[in-house]
Design a protein around this ligand. Structure first.
Ligand code: SAH
Length: 246
């Protein structure tokens, strides 16, 4: 029998069953990814100080559909614990690094968080599952536009995305409870420290382009002074600057 000869109701039922299978499969893959992340967190616990990541972070990781944030050609690998290319010479970070950086922010439900380096939008979605409001900024326009579309499509109404140079932060929305930088500057950008609330945290990979960088956690004390702790060695794409910026 040709498909076209099937009653519409049967066709719809077949299609629905098929997509339900695909969803179950993805949920299983995601659960596997979360287990991989937990194992890696345990292994690197002495370096990071976080052998167990918070329940909120793990729940967010178990929920966000990472396959929606990668190009079609990478979908099959979306739940492997590794970075993937997202076009424009950029990458979506390894799920463990997303989870660790999110955990290091100590995110709370009422928080307002800034992300520099939207990339695919995945990290923004993970944060949006946990905190009240996420501001995210991307310097490469096509990436920023695509991420915004995916985030809107998935219903993340608490994310505001813009195109621009995140070195300068987002002064109109400052101060933030925490700031996450997912591209590597040579040194911590001073405007980002200025835009942190007292008690706030900045998580940022610092080091030269092409090198291994150090993932730093900077904390602004109540008196405005800054303490810095070093965690893992990581490898991020460089934080680029708008032409003409110093
Ligand atoms: N957080 C992303 C991964 C980011 S990769 C995710 O979840 O997918 C780093 C991103 O930072 C790249 O997309 C790069 O274009 C962007 N970037 C680099 N320099 C930047 C800058 N000065 N301001 C904003 N974004 C920047």
């Amino acid at each position: 029998m040709r498909w076209s000869a099937l009653p519409l109701s049967i066709l719809i039922a077949v299609t629905l069953a098929h997509s339900a299978d695909a969803q179950d499969n993805r949920a299983a893959q995601r659960a596997h990814m979360v287990a991989d992340v937990a194992a890696l967190a345990q292994q690197s616990g002495s370096e990071t100080g976080r052998p167990r990541l918070s329940e909120a972070v793990m729940a967010a990781l178990g929920k966000v559909p990472r396959h929606r944030f990668v190009p079609l050609s990478q979908e099959a690998f979306a739940y492997e614990n590794r970075p993937l290319p997202i076009g424009n010479a950029q990458t979506i970070s390894q799920p463990y690094i997303v989870a660790l950086m999110t955990d290091l922010l100590d995110p709370k439900p009422g928080d307002k968080v800034l992300e520099v380096g939207t990339g695919s939008g995945y990290q923004a979605a993970v944060l949006a599952e946990i905190v009240a409001k996420v501001y995210t900024i991307e310097i490469v326009e096509p990436l920023g536009r695509r991420a915004k579309e995916v985030l809107e499509d998935l219903g993340y109404r608490n994310v505001e995305a813009r195109i621009g140079d995140g070195y300068a932060g987002w002064p109109e929305a400052a101060p933030f409870d925490s700031i996450i930088v997912t591209a590597a500057p040579a040194a911590i950008p001073p405007p980002l420290l200025d835009q942190l609330k007292p008690g706030g945290r900045l998580v940022v990979p610092v080091g030269g382009a092409g090198d291994v960088q150090q993932l730093l956690v900077a904390e602004k004390r109540a008196d405005g002074t800054i303490s810095i702790r070093r965690t893992l060695a990581v490898r991020f794409v460089p934080l680029t600057r708008e032409r003409g910026a110093h």
